[in-house]
Design a protein around this ligand. Structure first.
Ligand SMILES: C[S@@+](CC[C@H](N)C(=O)[O-])C[C@H]1O[C@@H](n2cnc3c(N)ncnc32)[C@H](O)[C@@H]1O
Length: 252
């Protein structure tokens, strides 16, 4: 494991997520508390999850006076996540990054609002590609704004990893719950199932008609291939079609 030793990186990470009193923040993989301690100082309610009992013991001692932190012995891959809105600030183990992102971003009913994460650089690049390479990544990137804030050099950790990391900021996009979310899923499944077909035709298969105007409003060229549409454009299209009541197969 690689532990953060750069205070500026920790400060920037926490600041980007902007937790404060009244917020619930989950930290996944708290280690010795490099993030947990300054996180507690924001006044937010903190749940610090760590599976190594040697760390959780030390953390409880270190944070004995902080009434707003709960240290939880548990596995971040399986522990129950809050049902009410929450934030995540964490430097997550590289080896379980996909599992954790899946847990946070996949479920339709996820209560995640915002997350500031330190992840492996290449992983962050894949997540933040304008045109995601799979339907799963597109689902994440369309419902959440995934932003690579900055590179975090290997020397900011101890022991230093062989690759650099990245500060990743995740923010939920508004308007993609309920019907819009359902439509988005259908659009992405259709597009990633047939990425070499013109987007107008792929979308028409889902909506039952050719929505030229909504596509234009979202800056999508109707003859572009479905596999070249950006996550941001898919998000805008799902919202636009839902807003204009044109998402049903028999509309238009
Ligand atoms: C990359 S270190 C980060 C530690 C600390 N947050 C820091 O920045 O210095 C990851 C931490 O996650 C813990 N960890 C690894 N796998 C875990 C899992 N499945 N569930 C909970 N914690 C885990 C490790 O014990 C380690 O303390």
């Amino acid at each position: 494991m690689h532990f953060l030793v750069s205070r500026p990186v920790v400060r920037q990470l926490i600041r980007s997520c902007a937790p404060g009193p009244g917020d619930l923040v989950v930290e996944l993989g708290a280690g010795a508390g490099a993030i947990t301690v300054p996180l507690a100082a924001t006044g937010a309610r903190v749940i610090a999850v760590e599976r190594d009992p040697a760390f959780t013991g030390r953390l409880r001692t270190r944070l004995a006076d902080a009434g707003n932190v709960r240290v939880v012995d548990g596995d971040a891959r399986t522990i129950a996540l809050p049902r009410k809105p929450f934030l995540v600030v964490a430097s997550i183990p590289y080896s379980i990054s996909t599992v954790l992102l899946r847990r946070l971003l996949d479920p339709r009913a996820t209560a995640l609002r915002r997350a500031a994460l330190v992840v492996e650089w290449g992983f962050a690049r894949r997540l933040t590609a304008a045109v995601p390479r799979s339907a799963e990544l597109a689902w994440w990137a369309a419902r959440f704004d995934l932003r690579l804030v900055r590179r975090v050099a290997a020397r900011c950790f101890q022991p230093a990893p062989t690759v650099d990391s990245a500060h990743l900021l995740i923010e939920r996009r508004p308007g993609l719950g309920g019907q819009a979310g359902q439509l988005l899923r259908a659009l992405l499944d259709a597009a990633y199932g047939d990425p070499h077909r013109p987007v107008l035709r792929v979308v028409a298969r889902v909506t039952g008609y050719r929505p030229r105007r909504p596509l234009a409003r979202c800056g999508i060229d109707p003859v572009a291939l479905a596999g070249t549409v950006t996550a941001r454009q898919w998000a805008a299209l799902a919202v636009e079609l839902t807003r204009s009541g044109n998402s049903q197969p028999d509309a238009g």
